[in-house]
Design a protein around this ligand. Sequence first.
Ligand code: SF4
Length: 361
Amino acid sequence: MKLLTDYRKTSTVAQLARAIQCAATRPWTLMEICGGQTHSILKFGLDQMLPPGLTLVHGPGCPVCVTPAELIDKAIAIALQPRVIFCSFGDMLRVPGSKHSLLDAKASGADVRVVYSPLDAVKLARENPQREVVFFAVGFETTAPANAMAAWQASQDKLSNFSLLVAQMLVPPAMRQILSSPNCRVQGFLAPGHVCTVEGYVEYERLAASFHVPIVVTGFEPVDLLEGILMVVRQLESGRADVENQYVRVVRREGNPAARAVVQEVFEVSDRHWRGVGLIPSSGLRLREAYRHLDAELRFPAAVTPAPRSELCLVGLVLQGLMKPSECPAFGKSCTPDQPLGAPMVSSEGACSAYYLYGRG
Ligand code: SF4
């Protein structure tokens, strides 16, 4: 078994960078979907090892970034209700809604708590029967199994004081949306390895065939990422458009059947609004009828006025790979991690925060 250091080995990285330079005879534009991949690419300077014509643009795979401001406003309205304990992963707390963040709500007295697993929120509900415990179920296919498990467990335990505010997104419909745009400039994708660990990559085969676009399921370490880029470039150079799996040590074509089964049991596919992008059909999950009583939106019908869009934040263009963060006029000026105008500047997986952190402005 390889150690983590093997996936960061300087000699292997240099060898792969040379192989990419030899393989790329023309300019190509590739998109890595996941914000975790974006951060690795910038942190390890992989973007600076590529030949000049090979451009990486950054995709919508940052769950915090794509959660609509209206939903954060709703989360705040619920958190401010008496008796509510509002639980969330830490990275949602500083993300601005239309005016405020969950951290602001906490400062105003709301009982907002950071948890490390949705099952911690279930435990809190069990321990506090007199309180209403709400978990902010944000994420892509990767978080869906744990969130589904929390709903299942709460249902089994007949907990009447636990609910989920669901913001579950799906990657393939967002890729379809990007590819269907007349402005699309993406010619190949690095698909997110962790998402495919759960769901497999059959859906990606359909995308590759429909849009004649190469897709390589890729991991997160420097060697993974450069190998993934090399595989996409080789496909583009030879006119192929297949799905290949670079992340074979983790991903199977059919994904993880047990994880998929619990997601299927609890959630069903629904339309979802993506921040800065708008409504994408069938791009999310909602609780099935049998679990709808756990839906915090139904339990706390907080009236929230649709958030006015910030003219300054060009998050939609960044998330669809139509603009690099450093090309946003607000980047590093009116938008910084201390004073973010949009979620990608504050999220630990946001492309704008990666550009700021690793000095690509
Ligand atoms: S730099 Fe700031 S304002 Fe510009 S797109 Fe990113 S988050 Fe939005």
